[in-house]
Each structure stands twice: as structure tokens, then as C-alpha cells.
Design a protein around this ligand. Structure first.
Ligand code: SF4
Length: 136
């Protein structure tokens, strides 16, 4: 059976930083309908890295992850700690899960500092030969 890693929040799991439920991704729903043979493996790299839900929003700067402000107008400011280590740990655990389940593809949340193709997890998966499809 083909296995595909998927960002848990794209399935409607309330694991985003704000802990609010968001609608499951239309792309993932369509993908599953068109590929009924596929088994999805949900992951949330930030939770796997030990971060709580809810958690503070973050900002990526020069490849590192810093806590930022909940106020959207100040979202570009670095206001708190460097928590890159948690993101790197989550990325490594996600890669281990992908390998365990022999996933060759991951469908990941497009705008996340973890899950996007330029995020900490997205990049690690790509560097290890796993194709990353980015979506909302
Ligand atoms: S984008 Fe990735 S790290 Fe962020 S909540 Fe979704 S699954 Fe978790």
C-alpha cells in the first residue's frame, strides 16, 4: 500500500499554534477521493518537537525560528526565544516516521515555518528524497 505523510492540520486536527480547528484541506480531500488506495500518515512536526498547543506564533529569520507577537501587525518582530532546536527535533522525528512507513511523498501545509518546502521539516524531507507537495 502507498503511504503518504500529511500535515495533521490539513486533516482538520487542531494542532496549529492558535489551537483553533480549521477546515480540512480541499486538496487533501480531493487527493484521497482520487487515490483511495493511499494510506495517510498524519504528523505535526511542531508537536513532535515537544511544543505545546496552543503555542506562541513564530518567525523564521535567517533559517532560525523565534517566538513573535500574537498581534498580527507586529508579526515580523522577534519578541522571544530562539526555539529552533524544537523545530529541528520535530523535523528529525517526522523524517523517522516517513522512513518507518516508507513514504516517498508528503503533503504539507504551505505557509508553515515547519511544513513548507522552505520550512525546517519540509527542507529535511526534500534533502532526504521525499517529494513535498505544498498546499493549504
Ligand atoms: S503546519 Fe505542520 S507544524 Fe504547523 S500545525 Fe500543521 S502539521 Fe503542525
Amino acid at each position: 500500500m502507498r503511504t503518504i505523510l500529511v500535515s495533521a492540520c490539513l486533516l482538520g486536527v487542531a494542532c496549529r499554534w492558535h489551537a483553533q480547528t480549521v477546515k480540512p484541506s480541499w486538496f487533501v480531500k480531493k487527493f484521497v477521493a482520487e487515490h483511495p488506495e493511499v494510506k495517510l500518515i498524519p504528523v505535526c512536526p511542531e508537536q513532535l518537537g515537544g511544543l505545546s498547543t496552543p503555542r506562541p506564533p513564530v518567525k523564521m529569520r535567517r533559517g532560525r525560528i523565534y517566538i513573535t507577537c500574537e498581534d498580527k501587525s507586529k508579526r515580523n518582530d522577534v519578541t522571544g526565544d530562539d526555539i529552533t532546536d524544537a523545530f529541528v527535533l520535530g523535523a528529525k522525528k517526522t523524517l523517522a516516521i516517513a522512513r518507518k512507513h516508507r513514504c516517498k511523498t508528503a503533503i504539507l501545509m504551505k505557509t508553515s515555518p515547519s511544513c513548507s518546502r522552505t520550512g525546517i521539516t519540509g527542507k529535511l524531507l526534500l534533502e532526504n528524497g521525499i517529494d513535498v507537495i505544498s498546499t493549504f
